[in-house]
Design a protein around this ligand. Structure first.
Ligand SMILES: Nc1nc2c(ncn2[C@@H]2O[C@H](COP(=O)(O)OP(=O)(O)OP(=O)(O)O)[C@@H](O)[C@H]2O)c(=O)[nH]1
Ligand SMILES: [Mg+2]
Length: 353
């Protein structure tokens, strides 16, 4: 790790050197090298602290990336080669389905097996769930004394790349820091959740009996990405009915990977069914590895993510170039039929080259 960093440091310096020699004066060159050195050693020491299991360093790293603070890109580049070892679980379901309780129970389960855990609770900032995160924090407080569990909530706002982007960056950070299991909890069934859970190795959809139209109320998109179904609060009436409905939907379409998602009944608040759920997770992990699906899925995900990242980056560049004022000016010209939008876009794109 240290050897690698040193190698990188000199490479970074060289890059900046050449750039500065040609573009900047001697005075600014010295400043640039100093800044690069400082930034890079900060990044390296942050990474080392994280690898040693320091939760505060992890929280700092996630904040740096979430807020796109100085050094965020260097940090991600440094961390990425260290990632790819954690098992990433995505858990999603309706508000109040018991996701946090399940995450909490799974975390306990994995800690008993001496596996380290990172948890990301995606805060949708929606009016009806806004308070729940606070509840989660209080409930999960007891874990804070265990450095083997790191909990972080992510907000919708504050990032240029959107929630899915910052969540996946955070998951990568926890993975690279050496956590064995990373769990991502998201609320709801919208496109954001689909984008988020897509980045998980294994997606768990949590349903509860008595949700009105039951399974029908869950959007098709989320049904399709479920690797494991959990019927939580199975102490309630109607658990069998939910199970029958899932089975009926499953019989309609065969998944391309030929995996039949198991249905696990739990009572998360009582800790019941957690061993079964963990066994289903292990079985799916085994299946993914045996069929080489982990890599396949990862390639598919990266194809999508690279497109998203490119889009964000190009947009950012375009906006930086034209500025808000000019955007309104262009819009007024188009609205007044003085210009056509096609040549406006062409002009902006040509300006980026
Ligand atoms: N009866 C019953 N209640 C449960 C069960 N599991 C969780 N609960 C309760 O359901 C409530 C909501 O649980 P949470 O774990 O906060 O649910 P959540 O899905 O994380 O909620 P949001 O994050 O707000 O969407 C809590 O009061 C839990 O104690 C269960 O198996 N049976
Ligand atoms: Mg929750």
């Amino acid at each position: 790790m240290l050897r690698l960093s040193r190698g990188r440091e000199s490479k970074l310096q060289t890059t900046y050197h050449t750039g500065c020699d040609t573009q900047l004066g001697a005075k600014r060159k010295a400043t640039a090298i100093l800044y690069t050195d400082g930034l890079h050693s900060t990044v390296v020491s942050l990474v080392e602290q994280m690898r040693a299991g320091d939760s505060r360093a992890m929280a700092r790293a996630v904040s740096v990336v979430e807020n796109r603070a100085a050094g965020w890109a260097e940090l991600l580049k440094e961390l990425f080669p260290l990632s790819g070892h954690a098992l990433v679980l995505g858990l999603t379901g309706q508000p109040g389905a018991g996701k946090s309780t399940l995450v909490d129970q799974l975390a306990r389960h994995y800690r008993k097996l001496d596996r380290t855990v990172g948890i990301i609770a995606v805060d949708p900032s929606s009016p009806y769930t806004g308070g729940a995160i606070l509840g989660d924090r209080i409930r999960m407080q007891e874990h804070f004394s265990d450095p083997g569990i790191f909990i972080r909530s992510m907000a919708t706002r504050g990032s240029l790349g959107g929630l899915a982007q910052s969540t996946s960056d955070a998951a990568m950070i926890l993975d690279a820091s050496g956590r064995d299991i990373v769990m991502i909890e998201t609320v709801g069934v919208g496109q954001d959740e689909i984008d988020i859970v897509r980045l998980a190795d294994i997606t768990i959809v949590i349903l509860v009996p008595g949700m009105g139209d039951d399974v029908q109320s869950i959007k098709a998109g989320i049904m399709e990405i479920a690797d494991i179904f959990v019927i939580n609060k199975s102490d309630r009436d109607g658990a069998e009915r939910v199970e029958r409905e899932i089975r009926a939907l499953q019989s309609l379409a065969m998944r391309s990977d030929k995996w039949t998602p198991p249905i696990v009944k739990t009572m998360a608040s009582e800790g019941k069914g957690i061993d079964d759920l963990a066994a289903s997770i292990a079985a799916h992990e085994e299946y993914l590895k045996k069929e080489n699906l982990m890599t396949k899925r990862s390639i598919q995900n990266w194809e999508k993510r690279l497109v998203d990242m490119l889009r964000d980056s190009l947009l950012e560049k375009a906006f930086a170039k034209i500025g808000d004022r000019n955007l309104s000016r262009y819009a007024a010209e188009v609205a007044g039929r003085r210009r056509d939008p096609y040549s406006v876009v062409e002009e902006i794109m040509n300006g980026l080259a």
